[in-house]
Design a protein around this ligand. Structure first.
Ligand code: TXA
Ligand code: MG
Length: 318
């Protein structure tokens, strides 16, 4: 057990958190998408501690977070499409998969030994200040135990990871609520994970984009089928609940539901609420209850929300 310290977002709080990271420790911090579990990406000890704390398989690589475009260019080879995507969507919730520069100085385990690296320049000012204070990119998966519900709030990070990491920067500002969109630009543009930068927005910039048909085995090993899973079983597209269901609604029909993702039917609000509602529904579910989600439309952000629900509802490993 490690004593997990709390840091506020004052300059001294950020500096203390960065000091731990520069010394090979793991600190959780908020981004505009979800909480990250961060370590200095040049530190083999820090990266090892991330895998350990998260219980993550060692073949599943980590996203690195940068505080400016120059830092990103030192880590990966940027092609014209990458420059275009970065100019349009950075800083923000888009991760680019690009060929890694061999002189980048990244710990090998960050990319699980692979030739490509996933990079994101977050818009969160706390994340940016922390990365600048570390002075090198910060490797960070989402701050949850492997396979469990992603944390978008300090309290959920503390619940899952207290005693396993050295610190948590406390600020509830994960406004998007869903993990970043992952776009591979190694070959032709391919979406490896849906997120709040939508396919429509990417296609408007880059033209037609493929969707990885078997992401769990091709290029993003972390996209295992069962993921984001609460303890209770999950069902999606449920129009009418039965006796043993905790029902999560969407839109004005949520009237009779125990929870709603958004009363007004707003997809941004639904994305922001998704993981918190999932955790709260889980806490209120009885031992044989199922968490049942009403249908979410397949437009814009609806793709990302349906993707997360599909994985939460997927068969669990024995
Ligand atoms: O919004 C986000 O992306 C959050 C915040 C903290 O930035 N991070 C996040 O990380 O969601 P994680 O580790 O939970 O999901 C990253 C996904 C995993 O499925 C992983 O397999 C994939 O990105 N990935 C990371 N590096 C990769 C690489 N070099 N090649 C292929 N896939 C990679
Ligand atoms: Mg994750």
């Amino acid at each position: 057990m490690t004593a997990t310290r709390r840091f506020d977002v004052s300059d001294s709080g950020i500096e203390a958190a960065a000091w731990l990271m520069r010394n090979g420790e793991v600190v959780a911090f908020p981004t505009e998408t979800v909480y990250g579990l961060g370590a200095d990406a040049s530190s083999p000890a820090g990266i090892e501690r991330i895998y350990e704390a998260k219980g993550r398989p060692r073949h599943n690589p980590l996203i690195i977070h940068v505080s400016d475009l120059e830092m990103a260019r030192r880590m990966a080879h940027f092609n014209p499409e990458a420059e275009l995507a970065a100019a349009s969507f950075w800083p923000g919730p888009l991760t680019l998969l690009l060929p890694k520069r061999e002189d980048a100085g990244l710990a090998t385990a960050v990319t699980a030994g692979m030739k490509n690296v996933a990079i994101r320049f977050p818009s969160s000012s706390v994340a940016q200040r922390l990365i600048r204070a570390v002075g090198f990119p910060v490797a960070a998966p989402s701050a949850n135990r492997s396979g469990k519900v992603t944390s978008t709030r300090f309290a959920e990070v503390a619940r899952q990871l207290d005693g396993r990491i050295s610190g948590i920067v406390e600020e509830d500002t994960c406004d998007h609520g869903l993990e970043s969109t992952i776009l591979s630009l190694v070959d032709s543009p391919t979406i490896l994970r849906h997120g709040s930068v939508t396919r429509e927005a990417l296609e408007a910039l880059l033209g037609p984009i493929d969707e990885d048909s078997a992401p769990q085995k091709v290029s993003a090993p972390g996209q295992l089928k069962s993921h984001y899973a609460p303890e209770a079983a999950v069902q999606m597209n449920v129009d009418r609940p039965s006796g043993n269901m905790v029902w999560v609604g969407f839109g004005p029909e949520s009237e009779g539901c125990q929870f709603t993702l958004s009363f007004s039917g707003d997809l941004h609000e639904a994305a922001r609420n998704l993981y918190t509602v999932m955790s709260e529904a889980d806490a209120s579910a009885g031992p044989n209850d199922v968490i049942a989600f009403a249908p979410i439309p397949l437009t814009g952000l609806g793709w990302a929300i349906n993707d997360r629900l599909r994985r939460a509802a997927a068969p669990r490993p024995a």
